[in-house]
Design a protein around this ligand. Structure first.
Ligand code: C2E
Ligand code: MG
Ligand code: MG
Ligand code: MG
Length: 288
């Protein structure tokens, strides 16, 4: 029966399964091998200072270069990876790869890494972060972890403990997607975030610019009570940028500033070298 087969990581296709279920099972089986085959890659999207217009950091965003399907976006496989627990080794790979890359950057931009709820509950995340910083030599202050509200509330006490330990190392933490779904004010009081990432829906939703401005200002003044700065996500138009500037939003990210790009593009932009070779290969740390 299908159930017994699944326990051994094998999928038996059933004519009654709908196309989506089939695709999910197929992808899930492929995903196990994707890790080993090196099909996962990171793209990097710039995070820009609205005061100076200069880059401040990059967010690492995972993609799956599937041999048949082409580039699969994270929304299509991260949920599968979370269900199967594969997100733990995948998340560790993301953290190690992004930190090793960022350690070669000059200027020393910040690197932001997304962390899933499962990584908080199923492993010693603080220990993993400490090991990766040791291995890559990245200064802790240059790393920022991005967590959503649902991730930290999955196990509140455990998340509080883990995030305290991570902050004690000097690593930053950001609240991702704030203002989407059922965002609560409680999350701002319960966790020591350094930064609020204002969700794309806040600035993209219909309504007047005055309304958007007031909304952004309200989120920012709430954050300031707790010493948090703000970064607006998904900025696509000069009009949106103008609203964020008048709200005094510190940083922004979005297609207006740059799309998520392969690592070679980031290196080429930084060095002016179209071949995209690392600036100083000798500074790439040894990673076990
Ligand atoms: P996120 O962390 O909120 O990332 C922002 C998403 O918005 C990214 O989608 C990015 O490509 C997209 N984006 C950036 N600027 C714009 C814009 O101006 N307009 C629009 N329409 N979209 C923009 P992406 O790369 O598909 O990632 C989706 C989500 O997948 C991420 O949302 C994050 O929750 C998750 N994710 C990505 N990489 C990882 C990872 O390494 N680990 C984990 N656990 N989750 C990841
Ligand atoms: Mg993010
Ligand atoms: Mg987000
Ligand atoms: Mg998101």
């Amino acid at each position: 029966r299908a159930k017994a087969g699944l326990q051994h990581g094998v999928c038996f296709y059933d004519a009654e399964l709908d196309e989506r279920t089939r695709l999910r099972r197929g992808l899930g089986a492929d995903l196990r091998q994707a890790v080993a085959r090196g099909e996962l890659i990171l793209h990097y999207q710039v995070q820009t200072s609205l005061q100076t217009g200069a880059p401040r950091g990059y967010e690492a965003l995972i993609r799956w270069e599937h041999p048949r399907l082409g580039t699969v976006p994270p929304g299509s496989f991260i949920p599968l990876a979370e269900e199967s627990g594969l997100i733990v080794p995948i998340g560790e790979w993301v953290l190690r790869t992004a930190c090793a890359e960022a350690a070669t950057w000059d200027p020393p931009y910040r690197i932001a890494v997304n962390v899933s709820a499962v990584q908080l509950t199923e492993q010693d995340l603080a220990g993993v972060v400490r090991d990766v910083l040791d291995e890559t030599g990245l200064a802790p202050a240059r790393l920022e972890l991005e967590l959503t509200e649902s991730a930290v509330f999955a196990d509140k006490e455990r998340a509080q403990e883990t995030l305290r330990a991570i902050k004690a190392m000097g690593v930053g933490i950001a609240l991702d997607d704030f203002g989407s779904g059922y965002s609560s004010l409680e999350v701002l009081r319960s966790f020591p975030f350094d930064r609020i990432k204002i969700d794309r829906s806040v600035i993209a939703s219909p309504g007047t610019e005055q309304e958007t401005l007031a909304f952004v200002q309200a989120i920012m003044s709430m954050g300031r009570i707790f010493g948090m700065s703000a970064l607006a996500e998904g900025v696509e138009t000069p009009e949106q940028l103008a609203v964020l500037r008048s709200a005094g939003c510190e940083e922004a990210q979005g297609f207006l500033f740059g799309r998520p790009e392969p690592v070679e593009a980031i290196r080429a932009a930084r060095t002016g070298d179209p071949t995209g070779q690392p600036v100083a290969a000798e500074r790439v740390p040894e990673v076990a």
